[in-house]
Write a protein that binds this ligand. Structure first.
Ligand code: UD1
Ligand code: MG
Length: 444
């Protein structure tokens, strides 16, 4: 098969009414990436000559999401056959193989599609089939005694006997590009849904004595379609399994993989240990040998090697954690740089901050970065000791080696190596507590 003779059409114009959502079905995300982009990623690996995505009216977000690929507008949502028809002008003169994929079947692999293309060979059509325990909702592949495909019958049009067939249409077709326009032109809409079904193609081809091959794959998780929010959850589960396996292949140890959630773009190094219940949001990069303790939530953060994060840490967008940094329990860091070897071990908030190396930010300390209208910057030098329950009211700068006494609210810059303390004097009255208790008890 020469790659030069492959075009791919992805059908994505359907509204997805069964999803009960205003968002076009294929724009629903899996591991943070719209379903359609998963299909495109796989399609691109086949290095086709062109890729066309069929969209419906009022789907500007879809057109945007698939750029730079071309889109064809299906003006009326009248079925998958109508969708392919809308793509035909963009395939004019193309005579190679046309691979047709459904935008709502995002987990099909490149190897499977290569198999489908190879199965077509010199035949007219190949259809990707799968045997399902529960085939409900899918089109059934009706074969003759020799096992050759006679026709595809949609679930809504199937007789009881046909409904009992377990071999289903996954939706992926590979069709002779020279014949596609003619065959699609022959599709009618005399069926239960009054739609133009792409699945009529094998029967149309058979009438013209053209052979249709069925390429059967066995991994049903690969061909799962998405029609409802329950399907979306099932797809997410399968995809997360793949992402976890990939992370482990790269050398990360996941102690309880099923409780770790990845984003499609998570980068994780070797020798990283991830304890249970960790969530990776968009834009997370973790270098080698980092320990991530249980119950952490990360988004938009780069963590350099060797440190330890969590348990219960929240690292928010725009954060860079240096080498060998320790972040402990109930610590939130936002849009900040934490220098090498620094420690923020308990109950702290650090936002809009640049923190140098080997600084200690103690329990209960926070940067006060927001005045109700604007965010302000805090700069903390190297080797600083920020005591417990300190408020650093931004904008403020703390010089290298400074010491901020516990409980202080700091509103002015602190020079290097200085002590800054802001406290009212403690008064101690000897014996007061004992006499207080005596007074109270005597009232009973
Ligand atoms: C379709 C197949 C069915 C197969 C199943 C696999 C047809 C008629 N049926 O059914 O045999 O078992 O997929 O998941 O092909 N679309 C358009 N324009 C339209 C209608 C749909 O572009 O007018 C797109 C949708 O966006 C979707 C895809 O085509 O991505 C499939 O449409 P959907 O309505 O989900 O078809 P199914 O009922 O799942
Ligand atoms: Mg579907």
């Amino acid at each position: 098969m020469s790659k030069k003779h492959l075009a791919i059409v992805i059908l994505a114009a359907g509204k997805g009414t069964r999803m009960k959502s205003e968002t076009p079905k294929v724009m629903h995300e899996l591991a943070g990436l719209p379903m359609i982009n998963w299909v495109l990623k796989t399609a691109a690996q086949l290095k086709p000559q062109k890729i066309v995505v069929v969209t419906g009216p009022d789907m500007p977000e879809l057109v945007e999401a698939v750029k730079p690929y071309k889109t064809a507008l299906q003006p009326k949502r009248n079925g998958t056959g109508g969708a392919v028809k809308a793509a035909l002008p963009l395939l004019k003169g193309f005579r190679g193989d046309v691979l047709i994929l459904l935008g709502d079947t995002p987990l099909v692999t490149v190897e499977t599609l290569q198999g489908l293309i190879a199965a077509k060979g010199k035949a007219g059509i190949s259809v990707l089939g799968c045997t399902l325990k529960n085939p409900e909702g899918y089109g059934r592949l009706v074969t003759d005694k020799s096992g050759a495909l006679k026709k595809i019958v949609e679930d809504k049009d199937a007789s009881a006997k046909e409904k009992a067939i377990n071999l289903v249409n996954t939706g992926a077709f590979c069709v002779d590009g020279a014949k596609l326009a003619e065959w699609v032109g022959a599709i009618g809409n005399k069926n239960a849904q009054k739609e133009y079904y792409l699945t009529d193609l094998p029967e149309i081809a058979a009438r013209k004595k053209v052979k249709t091959h069925i390429h059967v794959i066995c991994d049903e998780t690969e061909v799962m379609g998405c029609n409802t929010l329950s399907d979306l959850a099932a797809l997410e589960k399968t995809l997360q399994g793949r992402l976890r396996d990939e992370a482990m292949k790269q050398g990360a140890r996941l102690i309880d993989p099923a409780t770790v959630y990845f984003h499609h773009d998570t980068k994780i190094g070797r020798g990283v240990t991830v304890e249970p219940n960790v969530y990776f949001g968009p834009g997370v990069e973790i270098a080698d040998d980092v320990t991530i303790k249980a119950f952490c939530h990360f988004e938009g953060v780069k963590i350099a090697s060797g440190g330890s994060i969590g348990p219960f840490a929240r690292l928010r967008p725009g954060t860079q954690i240096g080498k060998d940094v320790r972040i402990g329990n109930f610590v939130e860091v936002k849009k900040s740089r934490i220098g090498k070897g620094s420690k923020i071990n308990h109950l702290a908030y650090v936002g809009d901050t640049d923190m140098g190396e080997d600084t200690n930010f103690s329990a209960g300390a926070i940067t006060v970065n927001y005045d109700g209208y604007d965010k302000h910057q805090t700069v903390i030098g190297k080797g600083v000791m920020v005591g417990s329950n300190v408020n650093l009211v931004a904008p403020v700068t703390v010089g290298d080696g400074a010491f901020i006494a516990a409980g202080s609210t700091i509103t002015d810059d602190v020079p290097a190596d200085a002590l800054s303390i802001e406290r009212t004097e403690a008064k101690t009255r000897k014996g007061w507590a004992a006499s207080y208790r005596k007074r109270k008890r005597s009232r009973k």
